[in-house]
Design a protein around this ligand. Structure first.
Ligand SMILES: Nc1ncnc2c1ncn2[C@@H]1O[C@H](COP(=O)(O)OP(=O)(O)OP(=O)(O)O)[C@@H](O)[C@H]1O
Length: 616
């Protein structure tokens, strides 16, 4: 308004009118002769203001003229033409920038993507790329072609490779993953005239696996194993860097394939993607419409889905006010709506109470029919109950694959026998259900019985129970052993005997440990530092006082040492950022660790040893 008032004031001054008109005619086409509009500012909002102003001014002047002769109408037409053209310009720019600016997953199209014919034809080749606009991506180091450590993973890999070589996909196979690799590029970002480089990270390292129809395939793994990355690659959220995956025969590497895949899949992402302002019912209506359900069925389908996930009572409440568990249930309902042929559930029951979780398990169990489900979870119980096949993933690789029983029998420590005893309080023996005096529990006798017959010691021992782990090689003895144990129940004061396989959790922990050991054997735990022009050594990470090997002399019989200081670079890597002057190791100092350099160092640079100069 200030601008309009200012322009009015200017217009009143006839001396200023001439140059102002010139200005206007430069910037706005076909503007009729005076009275001229105020100076253009190129803002569409202002164009509307101008139009309104002109309309009110001219409406007064046009009193008594016919509508055709009204002089202000052509001006308003021009202004609207400008509005439409600027709208189109902004709209096209919005689409362009939306495509070239990286999304939350760092994925974008190339700057000249619109020049590629594939963009317009929809044929293959219209690929997305990763990285920021102002960052130069580093080179991706090649991934070593590692052979799986586990024989079942290797068998699966060979079977898929064989099928891929013959170009065949089994009748029941829904997803065929061909050596899928995902490497997050290290980027060089320029910040404050400084170039920060982050190193590339192999999140998924060449996975070969077939996923079948009517089955739930579970990916178990510790944090950062690469489960979500694998799902993101299969759902097209993030582009793969190597290998491929065929979903119902369509490749995830092709944009056409991906658009066909998207029509067949349902996804429950790890983090709920919901609109706070919409209710559960509105969400389901929206997704049902997007998935192309006939409008006449949408209401019924949406209400049924809500009933399945027990959200009927909250159907019309805005999702912004839902609890975490309610949001997860809504996300599960969204993933299953529209009868998708393949469903990805990324930690679907995270944050749910045990009752709701069990209810969602029933829904997932029912949903298996006629489709394949890929589930990631941290709950071994959930994996055990729901899965037809389980793969344990760590450090981007599969460490084992198979049914729950197969994994337990291959990687579990054996059978677990839990023997519960009657409680023995205050010299009186009681049945746990009442006060009826019963036989005295004799834990020692039972321990001896296990020792004599199976040669096993209790793994856990409490006043009222004993737990034994029985190795698989004793399997043949078990039938007679437990018959005898049951016969002597009263003599031993046993209340209950339970025999089971080792838990999936044990298998999970074992695999996670194996992966950890494997990576720590290859990861660097030494940092090279120059303690002076003379002394270049490898310093154990976070060491404070470091002895310099080979510096013993008559002056310093225990050699030289330095106190070092640590810093972290922008990528989180530790480096020696400083040190105190090199001095002799005090006589009283204690050497904490002095591994042979050949065991720890990978180069010719000697490895410093840890010392504590203050301890005596
Ligand atoms: N956009 C990204 N850029 C760089 N590294 C990433 C990116 N996304 C994930 N990573 C890294 O890839 C690895 C695998 O991450 P991912 O989220 O797939 O693990 P996850 O198994 O799903 O873990 P969680 O169980 O915690 O969800 C992690 O080390 C993570 O830091």
């Amino acid at each position: 308004m200030e601008l309009i008032n200012e322009s009015r004031r200017l217009l009143r001054r006839s001396a200023d009118r001439e140059p102002l008109l010139k200005n206007i005619s430069c910037c706005m086409v076909s503007i009729p002769p005076p009275p001229a509009p105020p100076p253009p500012t190129f803002l569409p909002k202002l164009l509307v203001c101008l139009a309104m102003q002109q309309l009110s001014l001219k409406a007064k002047e046009s009193v008594g003229t016919t509508i055709e002769n009204a002089p202000h109408l052509s001006l308003i037409e021009d202004i609207y033409r400008w509005l439409i053209s600027t709208f189109l310009l902004w709209f096209i720019l919005a689409i362009y920038f939306n495509n070239i600016i990286p999304n939350s997953n760092g994925v974008r199209k190339s700057i000249f993507y619109f020049l590629s014919p594939s963009y317009w034809t929809g044929k293959d080749g219209n690929k997305v790329i990763e990285g920021g606009l102002c960052s130069c991506s580093g080179l991706i180091p090649p991934l070593d072609d590692a052979t799986p450590n586990d024989k079942d993973v290797l068998t699966e890999e060979n079977a898929v490779k064989q099928q891929a070589a013959n170009g065949e996909i089994g009748i029941n196979v829904v997803v065929q993953i061909h050596g899928l690799t995902k490497t997050y590029k290290g980027t060089n970002k320029i910040r404050c005239c400084k170039c920060n480089r982050s190193s590339p990270y192999h999140a998924v390292k060449g996975i070969w696996v077939n996923l079948a129809k009517d089955q739930l395939f579970c990916l178990l793994g510790p944090n950062g194993a690469g489960k979500t990355t694998l799902i993101n690659c299969l759902t097209g959220i993030t582009p793969v860097t190597g290998g491929d995956a065929l979903i119902y025969g369509y490749s995830v590497r092709s944009s056409v394939g991906m658009s066909n895949i998207r029509r067949m899949i349902g996804v429950c992402p790890q983090f709920d993607i919901l609109w706070d302002e919409l209710s559960a019912l509105e969400h389901l209506h929206l997704f049902a419409s997007i998935k192309g359900l006939p409008p006449s069925t949408i209401k019924y389908v949406a209400e049924k889905s809500l009933a399945d996930v027990k959200l009927i009572a909250a159907a019309r409440i805005r999702s912004g006010s839902y609890s975490g568990g309610m949001k997860r249930r809504l996300s599960v309902a969204i993933a299953l709506i529209g009868d998708p042929k393949l469903v990805f559930l990324d930690e679907p029951t995270a944050g749910m109470d045990p009752i709701t979780r069990r209810h969602v398990w029933d829904i997932i169990e029912d949903a298996k029919r006629g489709r394949a489900i890929v589930l990631t979870t941290h709950s071994t119980e959930e994996a055990d109950i729901l899965s037809d096949r389980i793969a344990i993933m760590a450090k981007g690789q599969l460490w084992c694959i198979g049914t729950s029983i197969r994994l337990k029998s291959r990687f579990g420590t054996g059978y677990v026998a839990n023997i519960s005893f009657l409680s023995n309080t205050g010299g009186q023996t009681h049945n746990v259900y009442g006060n009826t005096p019963v036989y005295n529990p004799d834990l020692e006798l039972v321990k001896q019985f296990f020792k004599d017959r199976l040669n096993v010691e209790p793994k856990e021992e409490k006043e009222t129970f004993l737990t034994f782990t029985i190795p698989y090689n004793k399997e043949k003895l078990l039938a007679n052993f437990f018959v005898e144990l049951q016969d002597r129940e009263k003599e031993f004061g046993i209340l209950d005997i339970q025999l089971g396989l080792t838990t999936l959790e044990e298998v999970f922990l074992k695999m996670a440990k194996l992966a950890e050991l494997d990576s720590s054997s290859t990861e660097e735990d030494l940092v090279t530092a120059d303690l002076s022009p003379r002394f270049r050594i490898q310093v154990p990470k976070l060491a404070r006082f470091v002895g310099i090997p080979g510096t013993e002399s008559s002056e310093y019989p225990r050699g030289l040492m330095a106190e070092v200081f640590w810093g972290e670079d922008d990528t989180g890597k530790l480096y020696v950022c400083g040190h105190k002057p090199v001095t002799g190791v005090p006589r009283s100092a204690i050497v904490i660790e002095n591994d042979e350099p050949s065991h720890r160092g990978l180069s010719d640079v000697p490895v410093g040893y840890l010392i504590d100069p203050r301890r005596r």
